[in-house]
Design a protein around this ligand. Structure first.
Ligand SMILES: *[C@@H]1O[C@H](CO)[C@@H](O)[C@H](O)[C@H]1NC(C)=O
Ligand SMILES: *[C@@H]1O[C@H](CO)[C@@H](O)[C@H](O)[C@H]1NC(C)=O
Ligand SMILES: *[C@@H]1O[C@H](CO)[C@@H](O)[C@H](O)[C@H]1NC(C)=O
Length: 329
């Protein structure tokens, strides 16, 4: 069995020979079926070097052989990458990820990529599509994300480490201060329905990316509408994301517990993001899976990979140019 650590190096080679490897899948001689590269953005407290993430990459590769996986990485070390999930200006982090994907040799020469976002990585990948989208995303799948923000900060709990405690300490300085909005990542997607005026005025990330401010950014809508599929998964027993319905763009009244689903919200009715347009074309999927936040079973993950990241027809003009040349092996 291939060792997990060897995977990142092996993957480019696998991708470069997909045409040969996938021949049996071809329906016709002149049609090439191949899976698109997959970009994964992990969640809060995670880092690109984690075994769990490598296992996910491996599962993606096994489910759709030939899939080249790129794990988004902020910083040069796993520690820096983890730190960036707690601290930083999300606008700047997105610029870095846009630059990273645009210059990655395999991703940037592929006709499109698929994207998988875990927790906060889900709304960040959506933001990547809205702001940059080069390479363009075909299918976006998010698990336990906070598309409509959080009304409550996650507690570090008894096992909280210094990064988590540090962000908790900063939050005490005031969630809407510029200081906190430019430094604490979860504060940038904090959205309490009882504090909408402050949110619209100060939110450094979510209010902008959800086009909630008076002046709408048409590029955001235009780019998101290019998706072929946008699948949102919510964990049935999620008590970490408050409210969990945020994963479906739902808004919850924290006093009454009433949830306003996306379709009843102005965001949808006035179609600030193109979600209604996507929905009308059957491109929006709302899925619920059992479990607490990010307790996704391999079976459910694999079935999502099969459904959304499977091989597709790649047109001649998009044929991938031997990316293996840039990899030293
Ligand atoms: C809309 O977003 C795009 C992409 O981030 C940006 O280039 C543009 O300046 C924004 N337009 C407005 C009006 O804010
Ligand atoms: C975050 O960075 C962007 C880009 O440099 C900047 O325009 C914005 O003001 C920063 N946000 C805050 C809250 O400082
Ligand atoms: C939540 O529900 C209560 C009771 O109906 C109402 O007074 C309050 O305005 C609601 N909050 C929001 C943000 O709509």
């Amino acid at each position: 069995m291939r060792s997990l650590l060897a995977l990142p190096l092996l993957a480019p080679a696998i991708f470069s020979c997909t045409s040969a490897a996938l021949l049996p899948l071809n329906a016709h001689d002149d049609v090439e079926l191949t899976p698109l590269p997959l970009v994964i953005w992990h969640g809060l407290g995670d880092d690109y070097g984690r075994e769990g993430l490598k296992a996910v990459a491996k599962l993606a590769e096994e489910t759709n052989p030939g899939t080249y996986v790129h794990i988004v990485k902020l910083g040069n070390t796993a520690d820096q990458d983890r730190e960036a999930t707690f601290f930083g200006n999300v606008t700047i982090q997105l610029e870095q990820v846009c630059a990273q994907l645009a210059k990655e040799p395999i991703l940037s020469t592929a006709p499109a990529v698929n994207a998988l976002g875990f927790s906060q990585g889900g709304q960040f990948l959506r933001a990547y599509i809205q702001r940059c989208n080069f390479p363009p995303v075909r299918n976006l799948v998010t698990f336990g994300s906070q598309h409509n923000g959080i009304s409550k900060f996650q507690s570090c709990g008894v096992r909280g480490d210094w990064l988590c405690r540090g962000s908790e300490a900063l939050l005490r300085l005031g969630r809407w201060s510029t200081f906190v909005q430019s430094r604490v990542v979860p504060a940038q997607y904090f959205r309490d329905p009882e504090e909408i005026p402050q949110y619209l005025k100060h939110s450094n990330f979510l209010a902008d990316i959800n086009n909630e401010r008076e002046v709408k950014n048409e590029t955001y809508k235009h780019n998101l509408m290019k998706l072929n599929k946008f699948a949102m998964y919510v964990f049935e027993d999620d008590v970490t994301v408050v409210p969990k319905e945020s994963g479906f763009f739902g808004e919850k009244n924290m006093t009454t517990g009433h949830v306003t689903p996306l379709k009843e919200r102005t965001l949808y009715k006035e179609d600030w993001l193109g979600l209604q347009a996507l929905d009308n074309q059957g491109k929006l999927d709302f899925r619920t899976v059992p479990g607490e936040h990010m307790q996704v079973s391999e079976k459910n993950l694999a079935s999502a990979f099969k459904e959304y990241f499977g091989p597709i027809e790649i047109e001649e003009e998009f044929s991938i140019q031997s990316p293996v040349l840039v990899v030293q092996n």
